[in-house]
Design a protein around this ligand. Sequence first.
Ligand code: GAP
Length: 513
Amino acid sequence: MAQEDVFKKIVAHCKEYGFVFPSSDIYDGLAAVYDYGQNGVELKNNIKQYWWQSMVLLHDNIVGIDSAIFMHPTIWKASGHVDAFNDPLIDNRDSKKRYRADVLIEDEIAKYDDKIEKEVAKAAKRFKEDFDEAKYRATSPKVLELQEKREALHARYSAAMNAMDLNELRQIILDEEIVCPISGTRNWTEVRQFNLMFSTEMGSTADGAMKVYLRPETAQGIFVNYLNVQKTGRMKVPFGIAQIGKAFRNEIVARQFIFRMREFEQMEMQFFVRPGTEMEWFSKWKETRMKWHQALGFGADHYRFHDHEKLAHYANAATDVEFLMPFGFKEVEGIHSRTNFDLSQHEKYSGKSIKYFDPETNESYTPYVIETSIGVDRMFLSVMSAAYTEEQLENGETRVVLKLPAALAPVKLAVLPLVKKDGLPEKAREIVNDLKFHFNTIYDEKDSIGKRYRRQDAVGTPYCVTVDHDTLNDNCVTLRNRDTMQQERVAISDLNTIIADRVSITSLLKKLQ
Ligand code: GAP
């Protein structure tokens, strides 16, 4: 199946099974804003819990905070967001549609890549087992010509972006003869900078309302609280502050479902270190974070690092953790060595000293910062993409199963009475009432047992138990495993011991030690 179709199926599955709905659905939705349904919120909470506990529980030098979304507007001046948190935009005069100039050009570069891959695929088909792919790529005149054009465009584009040369970006669009996908014309406006922050007013206009922003990242709430936490928690460098919370960006090209949203959630951790030790900590955090991702068991081949070639002026190292989504390797998390830029800026703009006195070296300094920043929603999408499986069964049927890591699954156990009579529902409810204190357990009696199993497979429930007539005599149930579909007879009194450990967040955390 084409990857595009797989992605469409995942989006449809998210809606059909109560994971993700378009926001304001009955009003035809609101672009790039989504709501999480009854299963989505559980999966999302489990992802957040896994991250939070891996930071705050497993590290005795990391604590959490929960700062407000509204902050003093000068914070965003100090951080550089008011002046530089921009995207280059261009409008098509005929369709009146607005685009990100950089995305139009990146799509053009991707078209060269597609053409090259098609040439290689055609040749592979023609030459069959005699095909030497590396040699073909290195010698085919057609492939070499496409490659040369691609490289030239990429070099020109990178130079324009690095210099933020808006005229050059427009000229590239004209020279490449890029057309508007709606009108099909090349009637483009100039390229303009567009700030991504949402703003609103605080207080009544009569009082002289203040313009405030919806935070575009949670990190600044950590920076401006760094000294409060350091002092009240008597924290010693190196130490970290973790936070989970909403962030808002007025994304112009909002696409790929929950990959790029206007309202999203971040899990960020700022780790404050002694200047000069930051590269060592940067490597440690790269390793720690990759381990966190890989503990989910989707396979190491689903992840890679993408080191930034061009660094922001305040950073001295940066990398992305990329995940293999149905639309290719994409950034899920950023790990950045941000020097002392943010703290120094807040010191300058607030006029207050936020230096740290190091009792070990007897000196005062502004700590350097390693940041790990991951989007909850992107993480959610990566988990859904890796878990969604269509399996061909021996009887010819297809089963759709979400192979979620058990610790992240919304429901851990479904208890199913074989029939709705003879005391089986009462026995099943007894089991639910006992186990619901330990993990998320649900009761389901509607439809045939086969249909109920499929329903639980589709939402990723790792275990089902069936209560039958024998249960009333032997106090045993049939326990079914989601992935293997194997069934075993177990005593009701053993269920908690068998299931609890396998479905707990602790089982994941133990893999990180
Ligand atoms: N404090 C650093 C920071 O915000 P970023 O690379 O802009 O860095 C970090 O964002 C992470 O937040 C990204 O790796 C991504 O997972 C998530 N993210 C950023 N913009 C997003 C959006 N529009 N929709 C969903 N997630 C987003």
